[in-house]
Design a protein around this ligand. Structure first.
Ligand SMILES: Cc1cc2nc3c(=O)[nH]c(=O)nc-3n(C[C@H](O)[C@H](O)[C@H](O)COP(=O)(O)OP(=O)(O)OC[C@H]3O[C@@H](n4cnc5c(N)ncnc54)[C@H](O)[C@@H]3O)c2cc1C
Ligand code: FES
Length: 266
């Protein structure tokens, strides 16, 4: 898939809570074809400290408005710099990068997101919805206040909520939802993104039910285009770059369970 380097214009920068925000960005050209799960490498404006671009999933796309959005958690220098960009500023993006979720022909799909892992999943359920598939979606967080953008998700699918403290939906981890212990579990594909222990648990569930599970990995990246090898993961077919051959993998391809092989200093 062809990649583009474009200066996007910031349309809005919406703070969701103390450490999450959503950027809506206008493309100067008609949006490229994109798969849900693909990502963009964002150049951090005017920061001497943040030399390397930072990778963010395409959170959603609107072809009529010619916009994409990014859902971002503030964790360090780069994400902090992005959290204060203003409407009208330009952000340089390389996109679309990597390989996204492979959409199955069937409709028995369960989408599971934990914490910031919901970032690539909105575009996924949006795309499925445009194809006539209303997915079932479980979103999990520590407590009700940490469950973000659930309304947007509910436009595209049937929602199930989980919180660790039980303040919304069922109580427990997202992978402990009661549907997983029912004999009537009828899904054929699970799509997931979230912390590593959550992805491991999803893999275990999928293995137990004998179904497919695709997860989006977030190994730390430097170049984002397959040149530095710092994002490499061990798979059943050898070491592969998460930036060019992922970030989405079928968990059956991952060797045992993944550990980043290289250390990324950036
Ligand atoms: C393919 C891909 C898609 C991503 N999509 C999103 C997204 O949609 N939204 C979002 O908020 N984040 C996403 N991330 C993670 C995001 O890229 C990092 O949080 C960001 O690069 C951190 O930059 P920083 O300069 O703020 O932090 P740094 O100053 O570089 O690091 C601050 C701290 O965060 C840790 N850290 C940095 N990168 C990661 C990472 N990838 N995973 C775990 N810890 C990390 C560092 O070890 C350090 O402790 C994605 C990562 C990848 C690889
Ligand atoms: S980030 Fe450089 S090879 Fe993947």
């Amino acid at each position: 898939m062809k990649k583009f380097v474009h200066d996007f214009i910031v349309i809005s920068n919406k703070r969701l809570n103390s450490n999450h925000f959503v950027l809506e960005l206008l493309s100067p050209e008609p949006l490229s074809t994109m798969e849900p799960g693909q990502f963009a490498e964002v150049l951090i404006n005017g920061s001497q400290d943040v030399f390397l671009r930072r990778p963010f999933s395409i959170h959603n796309a609107d072809r009529q408005k010619n916009t994409i959005s990014l859902f971002i958690k503030i964790v360090g220098k780069g994400t902090h710099a992005l959290s204060i960009v203003q409407k009208g500023e330009k952000l340089n993006l390389i996109y679309p990068l990597g390989k996204g979720f492979r959409l199955p022909a069937h409709e028995k799909i369960l989408v599971v997101g934990g914490g910031c892992g919901i970032a690539p999943l909105l575009f996924l359920v949006h795309t499925l919805h445009d194809r006539g598939v209303k997915s079932d979606i479980i979103l999990g967080a520590r407590s009700a206040g940490d469950l973000l953008i659930t309304q947007q998700f509910s436009r595209y699918g049937n929602m199930f909520l989980m919180t660790e403290d039980g303040s919304a939906g069922e109580k427990g981890l997202v992978t402990q939802h009661s549907m997983f212990s029912k004999g009537s579990f009828a899904y054929q594909t699970i799509f997931g993104c979230g912390p590593t222990p959550m992805l491991k648990a999803l893999d275990k569930i999928a293995t137990a039910f004998g179904i497919e599970c695709q997860v989006s990995l977030e190994n730390t990246m430097a170049c984002g285009i397959g040149a530095c090898l710092c994002c490499v993961v061990k798979t059943t077919t050898g070491n592969r770059c998460v930036c060019t051959e992922g970030p989405v993998f079928d968990t059956r391809e991952l060797d045992g369970w993944y550990q980043p092989i290289a250390k990324c200093y950036r």
